[in-house]
Ligand binder design. Sequence first.
Ligand code: FAD
Length: 307
Amino acid sequence: MLGPVILAASRSDRMRRLVSAAPVTKQVVDRFIPGETVGEILPVIDELTGNGLELTMDVVGEDITTPEQATAARDAYLELIGRLGPLELGTRAEMSVKLSMFGQALPGGHDRALANVRPVVEAAAAIGTTVTLDAEDHTTLDSMFAIHDELRKDFPQTGCVIQAYLFRTEEDARRLAANGSRVRLVKGAYKEPAEVAHQQKHEIDKAYVRILRTLMEGEGYPMIGSHDPRLISIAQELARTAGRKLDEYEFQMLYGIRGEEHLRLAAEGHRMRVYTAYGTDWYGYFMRRLAEKPANLRFFLRSVIGR
Ligand code: FAD
């Protein structure tokens, strides 16, 4: 019951100010967002890659309101890519971007987001890596998929995310599986109405398995974005049945969640990519992590009231 309330709060400016100003918030946030600057995140990248893990880097931020913020977002990614280049990690460190942070919701937003994200994709390709377009709320997805198609004309490795809770996703998955895309499948983290999305966990899980089968049997590269142990073992089974080798799909999990499982899958020979977020505009990302597991909220509140 708490999840939808927290997700509604994730879009509230008043809650943003309250949560951000809470005296110990930062300590709790660090579990999920282990740095605010490129300088702080580089040692984290070093540690994760040293443990045999791969990364997808997210500069936190979304729902920006001015064109200047959109270009600042682009520049933040370009700075990161500039610092990753000399490390020669190639695809071991890719980028994840939210198009709302690149101006998608501003006037002329579709073209603006494309214009801002393209240099990031070009810079990533120049250091031998790639970019994945995160999925945000359902109203943004037609534009996201169109930008994905556009970028793939020059950079076919550009990935995108699909959300199992949306009714539309089974069809999106068939298209992306047929055109050979890199696709991350997740359950979905936004508050979506019953007209467009499954609301029950078991319905979402069943849809996840159907969609994953489509991706595994298709021509693309499936990226399994989940911490759910049941779905992870089903994914391994589906990959085997589809005859995929270990380097023909990958697992992805979020930094700070089930860290021991990251290491276990990597030790089994799987490609395991950790979604690692950093930056100062962490509110929306943090609130979605609280909504996914209400125990996180209890921990957060206990730390705020000092018990
Ligand atoms: P759940 O059933 O929610 O969780 C399974 C188990 O994992 C839980 O029992 C718990 O032990 C653990 N767990 C899960 N979440 C948490 C948490 N926050 N804190 C502590 N433990 C937790 N969603 C989008 O809508 N768009 C995206 O672009 C997107 N990108 C993602 C990228 C990656 C790599 C991952 C892993 C997730 C992404 N998500 C995205 C979030 C996703 O939609 C889910 O909200 C999230 O992954 C929780 O679902 P789950 O599959 O882990 O299953």
